[in-house]
Structure formats: C-alpha cells, structure tokens
Design a binder for this molecule. Structure first.
Ligand code: PEP
Ligand code: MG
Length: 853
C-alpha cells in the first residue's frame, strides 16, 4: 500500500518527531503554547519520500494562505538539512492580494525573490546571474521604485524562460511540488549525507518538511532577525543577534546590508553607530525578551529565535537550539538546571562526554581552513603546532630553546618517552589505539595521531612524504589534530583549553548520580596528582614498568632483564628496590587512603631491549661485560612474538625474585606512607597476563612470605589485597577459579581484545581504517569495546567470578575505561569501577552518571 500523503496540522495535537522530524514538532509545541508562530503543517518522512518517487502533492488544507515557506525537519535538529525556501506558492491571485495589502513594491520584490529561489534551488540556475540582473538595475536607479522592481522581475522571467526553455511556473501547486522534491534532493546529496552521518544520523535518516504561512518583513516597521540569550562560544548569558529592516528570512545574517544589533548594550560594546532593535522598537524588544523566556521554559533549552516583524507585529518563525561549542554546551546545561528549567539529571544528559575531553585540551578552530596532508587514528585529543622532529633528541633540543616540536616516528618505544614528555604532539605512521604511542600520549595529555599509514617516513633521507607527493623535513611546521586524526601543514588558529566552574558543578552532580567508580591509570606522582585534581576514586592501574622508561632507570631494568645469573639479577633488583619504593610511596601519599592498584611487572621484553649500538655500548659498560657478550645475550632473548612471549606473570613465575622485590617495595612504601599520612593504606597487588590459576597460587605464596618478612622487620602489620588482571581469553574462561583465590579481577581489555580477535594491537592501525570504512568492524575494537565478542567474555568471566566469590570486586583498566559506550557496558554489567588515563577521568565520571540515569 502506498503511504497516504497528508499535511499534518501543527497545533493542538503534537506530532511524533520520529514521524515528522524535530522542527515540525517544535513548531507545533510553540503554536500549542500560544506563541505567535504563523500557521504551519508538516509532511512526514514517508510522504516526502513518496513525493520524490513521483507521487502527487495534495492541495493544502482549506484556509491555508499562500505563499508559504518550506523548512526541512530532520529527526534530530543537530543533523542539519536544506536551507528554508521562502515565498513558494506565488500565483497571480496571491500576487494581487499582496499588492493590495502590502503595496506593489512588496509584491514585485516577493516575485523577484521567488524566481531567484526557485530558479537556483529547483531549476539549478546560477545565483550570480540572478544577482547580476538585480545589481544591473540598481546601477541605473540606486533607490529602486516600483517600475524598477517590475523591470527586474521581467528580466528574471525572461532569463528563466531562456535558460529553461519554458515560462516560469506561476502556479502555486506546481511550485510547491517541485520545491518539495528539490529539498528532498538536497537532503539526499552525498555531501549532506556524509555531514549528517558524522553528527550521528543513521544512513537512512529521512526528511520531513514544515510548510508555514509566510508573514512578511517587507516595508515600513518591518524586518527579520535572529536573537539568542547566550554566547555560542562560552554559554555565558548575553543578548545578541541581528535585525535587518525591510527583510526576510536570514537576510540579517547574510550581510547584504549592515544589520542592526539587538540590544543597546551589545551595540555600545561593539561601538556600532546603527541603533539597536532595542532602541528602534523598544516595545518589540520587550516582547521579544518575554517570548524568548517563554520559549526557554517551553523547551528547557537555550534557543535561537528567528523572527519577523510584520508592520509592527512580532512573529516567531522558528526556534532552534543555540549553536554551541563544547564549553558552551556545559555552561548552558548547568545554568538551565540552576535556573530550574531542567533537572540536574537532564543537564547531565545534555552534555556529550566527549565534549568534556575537548574542553581540557586546546583545540584547532573548527572553522579554520585545513591543509590536511595525512590522517590516521585520533589517539589522544587536542591540537598542537610545532616543528617536525624525527627523534626524541631533536624534540628535547627544541624544548631547550623553548620551541614547540611535533615528534614524528614510525612508532614509539620506551626510548621515546623522554621526547614525548617535551613534545607538543606525536604523529606515528604505524600503531593502533592501544599502541605504545597512543597509551603514553593519552596518559600525558599530549595530542597524538597514530597509524597515519598514508605517510611515508624515511629516516635515512630525513623526509616525511605525503600521498600527494609533498615532502616535509625536520624543522618544517605542522599541526596535529588528535581529536580528528589529521596531520595539517603549517600553523592553525587554536581555541584554548577551557575547564570551567560550570564543568566542576556538572561533575559534582555526576558524582552524586553515578554508581560506577572511576579510577585512573597512573604510573607516576605527576599522573596521580593530575588524577586527584580530576577527583578520581583511586588508581586502578599503575604500570610499574613505565617509570623505568626514563633516563638512567631504563638501564637498571635492562640489567635485571638481561642478567644471566642470580647474583647479577639480585644486584640489578637491589638498584630497583629504592626506586620502586619511592614511586609507590608517592602514589600512596597522593591518594591518601584511596585504593591504589599496583600491577606487578609486565614488560613485553622487546620494549626494553636496547636497539642502537650506542645504547648497547653504554649498557655493557654499566653491566661490566663485553659488548659482544651483551649482544649475544640480547639475540638469545629475542622472541618471535614478544606480546605473547615471556611477559606478565610468566616473568614472575620464571624469575620470582622480581615480584619479591616489587612486593617488598609495595609493603615498605605502604608502611612509610601510612606513617606520614595517618591513613590506613591497603595496597592492591595485581598479577598481569594470567592464564592459569596455578600462576596466581605461586605468586600469592611468595607475596605472603614477603609480607611476613616485612612485618617482622618493621614490627607492624601489613594488609593488602591480591587480584588478577584478566587479559587472556583463558583467564576470562577460568575466572571462577581465579576469583576463589583473589579479591578482585580487573579486565585488561587491550590485551583481551588483541587476543580475542588475534589482532596485534601494535599493527592494527595499518588496516583499521579500511576495516571500519568497509564495515567489517563497526568501530575500532581497541577504541570502543566489542560488546558482542570481547563483551561476552567479560560478562561470562564476571558471572563465573561472582558465583565463586560474591564479594569479588570487578574493574576494567584497558583503554576502553575512558570510552563512554564501554563505560555504559561496565555499569550495566554491575562492575565496580573503570580505570582510564587521568585526562579521561572527567569524561568517564559523566559517562558513568549518564548510564545510571
Ligand atoms: C590491558 O592489556 O588492557 C592493559 C591495561 O595492560 P597493558 O595496556 O599495559 O598491556
Ligand atoms: Mg595488558
């Protein structure tokens, strides 16, 4: 059966926005509330679709006067849509009526506008040609009189007929039918579809249309404008807008003539001599403010009002949510709740969690033109400009001269940490969302793009070549957009980071609402302090090997890993003990009794072995062995697949003295920090990469022995929890066993995703864009949790774990801990906490609250 094409009335009964779109429903609500909105009807999505297929448009409801405006009505106003078309349905009769009521000049002007709109938007003629007809006549008579306007209209008719081979259709029904189809065509254009899909619209999103009776802003005491009561770039209260006398639609915003500002205050601040609307028409201004307040109350939202003044009468044509940047979105939501227009819960739901992340880092101006030369995965948000550096040394050298650098590497390794600390942004050619570069950059809050595989980095020639052949060299200035994943040539205009009091308020409300704990992945005192500033609930993952990536320390670690016998290993461990104890003491002190989960060493060996000849020579000197011997040893230890090799608990089982040292460092640090802070410190010790329960039993026994020894030596009681990091599929399947002997399980979803898919987390970036682009994966599973596969493993492990140990604490500490969709999953699954990098803690607090509402 074909869909009935009817005009839905937009008053009295409210139509469903899923049927007619958000704008149609908004207009119906305003009319129902008695606001001065001209009569309107709507065509639903299915009707518009049927009309584009060739169905006939029924006559407009009786009494509906012509001409009309047509406005697109999408399912969500954020998706945008075609621009309004005005003055449609203009036949000889309407022309006569308008000439009688508004005068001949207005009638000619409307006919001119109609031919221009229809000619360009429906018939596809060139706008410039129409404008030239107009301006040619203006040159002859700068103050056009009736006859001049008539002459322009005649010329427009002639031009249309010449171009189209037929007369301009002065038939209302015909104009309306063709205009509807043209708007539907604009909606389905590829660019429009891509743009709205980027804003979250489904591929098959339909378009409804609002058909509204025209009110005319032409002539004396008339005009058109726009008003809003908050600033779009901050959300702060203001009274701003534009008004153009003798105008229609968006004329005031288009700038053909200088518009008047709305409020006297804004005019004074701008130093504009043209009087403001407030000064021109004080009564209308007062009416505008009163109506705007009603609209705010009606929608519980800050709306921009599009209005027309028709010979002294004030009309609202449309009201749309004010355009806002992330900072403004937060303040608007908080202020609306404080003023009682919406509840706190509604305010929490109004803000996109990702918007919070965007306010914490400087961002590239969204409207600025970009010369993009490469793109990859958006691994860490924010924008930064600097000079290309192909090595950490070069970045450090620029830093020493107070210059900004962009570290460009094929991929990063522990040796790059120093450079990553001082660089403004990181760009890698390889790597995925959980690669070394991505994880470290997110932790540091440094903008980062990884897996930019369309770039060719040739270190020997010192060139970075783009797909279009452009060559960049060390010292060239580029900009990285870690929010979108783009590498851009040259500098860009930036918007500064804007954490605000409004954000603090919103997050306080989030904390009162959420069930799920939010901890931080924090390895250093600096990370922990930052996390505390973001009001974290504890540390969910301290990757103990990370503090050994820096400076002198890396050699202590290498010495320990490469030791050939117990004596030399013990010597290296003795060097590491005070370093670790000091680090842990700092963390415990900063967190003051909040939970701190310390993961025992999990270094995939390849990340730590020295690569360059210089490094080998230096290490050999420190270890007091010949370089050849060291080289031999390194070759001996090389693994075919280090991520599945001797890492995690496997290292702890085969070299138990490593974990002994770490347990001792943890207990001694807890006692020291306990004494200093007076807080009861109960460290949580986490065993990585477990796949069999026996691994846990062996490690636990040794930890207990160390605890006993430390208690004896210090004459003090040592309390602690032992937990398992579930990051192998077998670990997840055997979660029941693991839960019997531990107090918590924390899902390491980076490795679990890697192993569940059999997909290298360091290499996935090379083809992930193709995979997502072709719809093989809906999203990068290293970025947002794969609910169907990895999610099932999590649910199964949680169920098995909790059925064996009802007090079991469940957490997630992979990079997914900062992703809103994954956070919702953890909340719904009844987990106790997620843990993410400090900069993502505020994002996670909001996402957890939204999930709880
Ligand atoms: C994980 O695997 O999810 C995890 C958090 O550990 P890492 O990233 O250090 O392997
Ligand atoms: Mg892991």
């Amino acid at each position: 059966m074909t869909h009935p094409i009817i005009f839905h009335p937009l008053d009295g009964t409210l139509p469903d926005s899923a049927l007619v779109g958000a704008r149609a429903r908004r207009i119906a609500r305003m009319r129902k509330a008695g606001l001065p909105v001209p009569p309107a009807v709507a065509l639903d999505f299915a009707a518009v679709a049927a009309l584009t297929e060739g169905a006939d448009l029924p006559p407009l409801p009786e009494g509906f006067t012509l001409p009309v405006s047509l406005r697109g009505s999408a399912g969500d106003s954020a998706w945008g849509g075609p621009q309004a078309m005005l003055n449609i349905g203009f036949g000889p009769d309407t022309r006569n009526t308008i000439a009688t009521t508004l005068g001949e000049a207005a009638a000619w002007e409307l006919e001119r506008r109609l031919i221009q709109t229809f000619g360009t938007r429906v018939a596809g003629l060139d706008l410039e040609d129409f404008e030239n007809l107009y301006y040619d006549q203006l040159k002859l008579s700068p103050q056009p009189e009736e006859e001049d306007l008539a002459a322009i209209v005649a010329a427009a008719h002639e031009f249309y007929a010449d171009e189209e081979g037929e007369e301009f259709p002065m038939d209302a029904r015909l104009q309306l039918g063709r205009a509807v189809r043209a708007m539907a065509g604009e909606w389905h254009a590829t660019t429009a579809r891509i743009l709205r899909e980027a804003k979250g619209a489904p591929p098959d999103a339909g378009l409804g249309l609002v058909v509204q009776q025209m009110v005319f802003g032409l002539g004396e005491g008339s005009g058109a404008g726009m008003f809003q009561a908050v600033e779009s770039n901050s959300g702060r209260p203001t009274r701003t807008g534009r008004f153009l006398p003798n105008a229609q639609g968006t004329d005031a915003q288009r700038g053909a003539r200088t518009p008047h500002l709305i409020s006297a205050e804004e005019r004074a601040a701008a130093g504009q001599s043209l009087p403001a609307l407030e000064e021109l028409f004080p009564e209308i201004y007062a009416n505008l403010l009163a109506r705007h307040a009603e609209v705010t109350a009606l929608f519980g939202e800050q709306m921009a009002l599009f209005f027309t003044i028709a010979r002294g009468e004030f009309w609202i044509l449309d009201a749309v949510p004010v355009r806002r940047n992330p900072e403004a979105a937060i303040r608007i939501a908080v202020d609306l709740a404080k003023a009682g227009y919406i509840t706190r819960e509604q305010a929490l739901l109004r803000v996109e969690p990702r918007n919070i992340g965007e306010t914490l880092h400087p961002q590239i101006d969204k409207d600025a033109r970009r010369d993009v030369f490469g793109s990859g995965l958006p691994a860490s948000p924010g924008g930064a400009t600097g000079r290309i550096c192909f090595s950490s040394e070069a970045a450090a050298a620029l830093h020493a001269q107070d210059q900004s650098s962009i570290l460009v590497r094929v991929e990063t390794s522990p040796e790059d940490i120093r450079g990553m600390h001082v660089t403004a942004a990181v760009l890698t050619v390889r790597g995925g969302m959980t690669s070394h570069a991505a994880v470290i950059a997110r932790g540091l809050g440094v903008p980062c793009v990884v897996g930019a595989s369309d770039l060719d980095l040739n270190l020997r020639d010192g060139t970075l070549t783009a797909l279009d052949g452009r060559i960049f060299r060390e010292g060239d200035i580029i900009t990285i957009d870690g929010t979108t994943g783009q590498a851009i040539a040259g500098t860009m205009k930036m918007q500064p980071a804007a954490p605000s009091d409004a954000l603090d308020t919103l997050l306080e409300w989030a904390d009162q609402t959420r069930r799920l704990g939010v901890r931080a992945n924090a390895d250093t005192a600096q990370d922990a302090s930052l996390a505390r500033r973001f009001k974290v609930d504890g540390i969910g993952l301290c990757r103990t090997e990370h503090t050994f990536f820096q400076g002198e320390r890396i050699n202590a670690m290498r010495e320990m890993i490469l030791a050939e016998d117990r004596t030399s290993r013990d010597r290296a461990l003795a060097r590491m003990l005070p370093m670790q104890r000091g680090d842990f003491e700092d963390l415990f002190e900063i967190m003051r009794g909040l939970p701190v989960t310390i993961r025992l060493l999990d270094p995939p060996l390849h990340e730590f072995l020295p690569h360059s000849a210089t490094e080998r020579a230096q290490l050999a000197r420190e270890m007091d062995i010949p370089v050849e011997k060291l080289t031999h040893r390194i070759e001996d230890m090389a693994e075919f697949n280090p991520m599945l090799g001797k890492r995690g608990v496997r290292l702890g089982i085969t070299m138990p003295e490593i974990y002994d040292m770490q347990a001792r460092a943890i207990f001694e640090a807890a006692l020291n920090a306990g004494k200093k802070t007076g807080a009861q410190i109960v460290p949580e010790i986490m065993i990585p990469l477990v796949s069999a329960n026996r691994e846990v039993e062996l490690v636990k026994e040794r930890i207990a022995e160390v605890a006993k020894a430390v208690e004896m030596e210090n004459q003090a009681s040592v309390q602690y929890h032992v937990g398992v990091m579930v990051e192998t599929p077998r670990g997840a399947l055997r979660a029941g066993d693991l839960a019997r002997s531990t107090t918590f399980l924390s899902f390491g979803t980076n490795d679990l995703t890697q192993m569940a898919y059999g997909l290298s987390r360091d290499d996935a970036g090379r083809f992930m864009r193709d995979y997502v682009g072709k719809g093989v994966f809906p999203e990068d599973p290293f970025h947002t949790l794969d609910l169907e596969g990895v999610g099932e493993l999590l649910l199964l492990a949680a169920r098995r774990g909790r059925s064996e140990n009802s007090d079991l604490t469940l957490g997630l500490c992979g990079e997914h801990g900062g992703d809103p969709a994954s956070i919702r999953f953890c909340d719904v699954a009844g987990f106790d906490y997620v843990s993410c990098s400090p900069f993502r803690v505020p994002v996670a607090r909001l996402a957890a609250a939204q999930s709880a509402i």
